[in-house]
Design a protein around this ligand. Structure first.
Ligand code: PRP
Ligand code: URA
Length: 209
């Protein structure tokens, strides 16, 4: 299976946080802490090309040039595990709007089932960052992106912690216009469509369920 080219963040600090998250002995409290630190790094990379407009700012000594973001930012965590990413990223861009999309995989079929959507009206003018730690079959991500495009979103980035070839193939097939940022491309899926080696169920590990 050929893999489209997501941006894999190989920064050593990102990889150290990911390693702690993978370890099955890491308790939820520490899992969340490492997820938050990793989310900060991933968003810093994912936002590197945001367009800015120039402005003039008056320092105590002189006036000088500066920058402001050109477009509003919308963060879209896919419930529930995406909340762990949003909690860490929102303080980096406190002016961002947070939209929510609830999607749960059916435990038998691994097919995504949508159960909640709350979107703002200005998706068409915003930079939209969709957040979900796991890109497994890609079903949940593709469904969320479809919802967002139908509602007008045009500038989309997907941030994940662990991805795999199957999920990336699905994204490339259905949403080739969406940039993917991830900390790892793992080997593949097991017979329950969990990522291997992965880190287990991200929602359960994050929220201790
Ligand atoms: C997990 C994960 C993704 C999805 C990935 O969520 O957070 O949303 O599975 O799998 P996919 O790529 O095959 O669709 P889950 O449905 O388990 O819900 P949860 O976050 O509430 O635990
Ligand atoms: N969802 C998860 O939380 N983990 C996986 O490995 C696959 C889907």
């Amino acid at each position: 299976m050929s893999v489209p080219s997501p941006l894999v963040v190989t920064h050593p600090l990102a990889q150290i946080h990911l390693t702690e998250m993978r370890c099955k002995e890491t308790p939820a409290e520490r899992f969340r802490w490492h997820l938050h630190r990793l989310a900060e790094i991933l968003f810093t990379v994912a936002s590197r090309s945001l367009e800015t407009q120039t402005l003039t700012v008056q320092t105590p000594l002189a006036s000088t040039g500066g920058h402001a973001l050109l477009r509003p930012i919308i963060l879209v965590p896919i419930l529930r595990a995406g909340l762990g990413l949003a909690d860490a990223i929102h303080p980096l861009v406190p002016q961002a709007t947070v939209a929510h999309i609830g999607i749960a995989r059916d435990e038998d079929t691994a097919l995504p089932r949508p159960y909640y959507t709350k979107l703002p009206s200005h998706l068409d003018e915003a930079e939209v960052f969709v957040l979900d730690p796991m890109l497994a079959t890609g079903g949940s991500a593709c469904m969320a992106l479809q919802q967002l495009k139908m509602a007008g979103a045009a500038r989309l980035t997907f941030i994940s912690v662990v991805s795999c070839p199957q999920g990336l193939e699905a994204m490339q097939a259905k949403h080739p216009d969406v940039a993917v940022i991830t900390a790892a491309i793992d080997d593949g899926l097991d017979d329950r469509c969990y990522i291997v080696p992965g880190l287990g169920d991200a929602g359960d590990r994050c929220f201790d369920t």
